[in-house]
Design a protein around this ligand. Structure first.
Ligand code: NDP
Length: 253
């Protein structure tokens, strides 16, 4: 199947690599015009030129960048059909050892920026009574792994944001959903394993935690994003879809 997002205008944050880049490629393959809203000019430009999209240099934690991205998108395409809040960072500490600045860094990117981007696209979506917002949350959004504070606090909040906005704007035909990936094979995960004495063993441990005996691939998240952003998901709202090979359904004995 192709053309499931034909002529849709989609902004994807952090689309220079990892899950965001996979979503950008999948959206473009389905006919969308993609705006790569990425902080890193090199990776952002590369993905945008590969898929024929528009690169907007955007640090989503900076309001001026957010406003410029929306402005450039509307200037070029005249509307915004889809926003994917994907940019995010792992901030992992034991709570009592965490410098306060780390709390702020995590909340600014993993939660507040998602609201800032949503707030910025809402006027256009509301005026046309149409739109889709998709938040890339995490299984940390409803389960806790010790020593990963405050990342799960932000991701719980992001699921709360998803449900709040989904309910608030449902009557205006704006759908707001989230995806909660488990372990996905991207740089963020590889950086995490690199912090262990034996990164390969830690990766293997992560693979073994999942019932299929492997972690996920960014493309597997991207195909769910295509579905949720498309009209096929027209009655799915304020919902979070988990992509973790069943790990969070597993009862450890
Ligand atoms: P990556 O670190 O591979 O990619 C994140 C991208 O976001 C990078 O291109 C990064 O740019 C960009 N970015 C970082 N900060 C900003 C910013 N302030 N403004 C704009 N762009 C920014 O991460 P993943 O692809 O793995 O993760 C994507 C999302 O998925 C995140 O929200 C993450 O929390 C979530 N997730 C990931 C999981 C995983 O196992 N990989 C599991 C569950 C959820 P730069 O290269 O410059 O840093």
């Amino acid at each position: 199947m192709s053309g499931r997002l034909q002529n849709k205008i989609a902004i994807i944050t952090g689309a220079g690599r990892g899950i965001g880049a996979a979503i950008a490629r999948a959206f473009a393959a389905e006919g969308a015009n993609v705006v790569v809203a990425e902080m890193d000019e090199v990776t952002g430009t590369a993905v945008a030129s590969e898929i024929g999209g528009l690169f907007c240099r955007c640090d989503v934690t900076v309001q001026l960048d957010v406003d410029r991205t929306i402005h450039e998108t509307l200037d070029r395409f005249g509307r915004i059909d889809i926003l994917v809040n994907n940019a995010g960072v792992n901030v992992f500490h034991r709570p009592h050892e965490m410098p306060r600045s780390e709390w702020a860094r995590c909340m600014a990117l993993d939660l507040e920026a998602c609201w800032a981007m949503s707030e910025a696209v809402l006027p256009d979506m509301r005026s046309r009574r149409a739109g889709v917002i998709l938040n890339i949350a995490s299984t940390h959004g409803f389960k806790i792994i010790p020593h990963t504070f405050p990342y799960p606090v932000a991701k719980h909040g992001l699921i709360g944001l998803t449900r709040s906005l989904g309910i608030e704007y449902a009557a205006e035909s704006i759908r707001v959903n989230a995806i909660a990936p488990g372990y996905i094979d991207t740089e963020i995960a590889r950086d995490y394993w690199a912090g262990f004495d034996d990164p390969a063993a830690e990766r293997q441990r992560a693979e073994n935690l999942h019932p299929p005996g492997r972690i996920g691939q960014p493309e597997e998240v991207a195909m769910t994003a295509v579905f949720l952003a498309s009209d096929e998901a027209s009655f799915i709202n304020a919902e979070t879809i988990t992509i973790d090979g069943g790990r969070s359904a597993l009862f450890h004995d």
